[in-house]
Ligand binder design. Structure first.
Ligand SMILES: Cc1cc2nc3c(=O)[nH]c(=O)nc-3n(C[C@H](O)[C@H](O)[C@H](O)COP(=O)(O)OP(=O)(O)OC[C@H]3O[C@@H](n4cnc5c(N)ncnc54)[C@H](O)[C@@H]3O)c2cc1C
Length: 317
């Protein structure tokens, strides 16, 4: 059975599985077996991008990824985030997929996606990827499940300390929404029937610079092997602050807090930033097939930092 609520409050009152753009959900046959489908097609709220009076931007969960990438306020205040949105998946997916669905999509692990494998994430007792094929899986091994989190925008929003508004659960930040990755059953902390309404980007820091970078196994139309969102503040000749998030490396996107601290006070020169990038793999614990991700991660971080430094400062220098 399929129902078409007209607002998110009604959607949260339904028992079924939420469908936004459907680009992730319709590919997961096990998730569709039985139960009601709650299609958000007729919902009118949560479809706008608003500039907030005190600065910052509120993005409705049903805004498409293409609209996020093209929005003037997002591009002006959050260029790294706009690059991440404009660079993921394909134009067709971005035209239909929503920012909410992107954050809440499930992992791409091939065992999880296979209807035949009752893996840990589906309530089974085995992570088949550990003993099997885990070539695209974690190199920071934080959970019994070896899969990586799939959301590029979740990763990017972590670097912006973004907030969220959820109907039906006291979850207030993207960090809380994504969780710490410790529960092998989950890709996010949204309780059953709760609905994501908006994502709030805090005001950007004047003069900040940012860039998004990914390493990918083919030119396009693929999830990244590793990805990075780098934000830096430059004061005089040195780095005053840095915020970096990475994806494709663990079953939750990670902030690189050690590297962030190590960058403060470093000369604002490409060579000096690149020299610090090896700290990106500090604390990594690769699986037998994922050691190759560590040099990729360090190179992607170095590239993102270099691009951020060379980029136009937000609001002028
Ligand atoms: C070839 C290809 C390449 C891709 N590459 C990337 C990539 O590089 N990076 C990346 O991040 N993604 C990538 N994707 C995935 C794509 O971005 C997602 O499929 C899309 O963002 C999901 O959005 P949707 O609106 O279609 O979600 P849906 O499929 O509708 O929903 C996804 C999940 O979120 C839940 N949900 C959706 N909206 C809400 C809400 N408001 N409240 C509560 N629950 C909700 C649904 O129940 C479902 O479980 C790729 C996809 C393809 C096909």
């Amino acid at each position: 059975m399929i129902v078409f609520p007209t607002d998110l409050q009604q959607a949260a009152a339904s028992d079924g599985t939420i469908r936004a753009g459907g680009t992730d959900l319709m590919e997961r046959r096990h998730a569709l077996a039985g139960g009601e489908l709650v299609d958000l097609r007729d919902v009118e709220d949560a479809r706008a991008i608003e500039v907030l009076p005190g600065g910052g931007v509120r993005i409705g969960a049903l805004v498409t990824i293409a609209a996020v990438a093209a929005d003037d306020a997002v591009r002006a205040g959050y260029p790294g985030f706009a690059q991440a949105a404009g660079g993921l998946a394909t134009p067709q997916i971005r035209a239909v997929g929503t920012i909410g669905g992107n954050l809440l999509q499930r992992t791409r692990c091939w065992y999880f996606r296979s209807p035949e494998a009752q893996c840990l994430k589906k309530g089974g007792s085995t992570c088949y990827a550990r003993a099997g094929d885990h070539l695209w899986h974690a190199c920071f091994d934080l959970s019994p499940c070896a899969a990586v989190h799939a959301s590029t925008l979740g990763m990017a929003l972590l670097a912006y300390d973004a907030g969220v508004e959820v109907v039906g659960a006291p979850i207030a930040t993207v960090n809380e929404l994504l969780g710490d990755g410790g529960d092998p059953m989950r890709d996010n902390q949204l309780p059953p029937h709760a609905v994501l309404r908006t994502i709030v980007l805090p005001p950007p820091t004047r003069g900040e610079r940012s860039a998004y970078m990914r390493a990918i196994s083919r030119a396009r139309a693929e999830w990244p092997l590793v990805e990075v969102l780098a934000r830096i503040g430059v004061q005089g000749d040195t780095i005053a602050w840095a915020k970096l998030a990475v994806g494709g490396v663990a079953n939750v996107p990670l902030r690189l807090t050690e590297l962030e601290a190590a960058l403060v006070g470093v000369p604002a020169q490409p060579e000096a930033l690149i020299a610090k990038a090896s700290l990106a793999s500090e604390g990594a614990s690769p699986l037998p097939m994922t050691g190759y991700k560590l040099p990729l991660l360090e190179a992607a971080v170095a590239d993102a930092l270099e691009r951020a430094l060379a980029s136009e400062p937000v609001g002028g220098a």
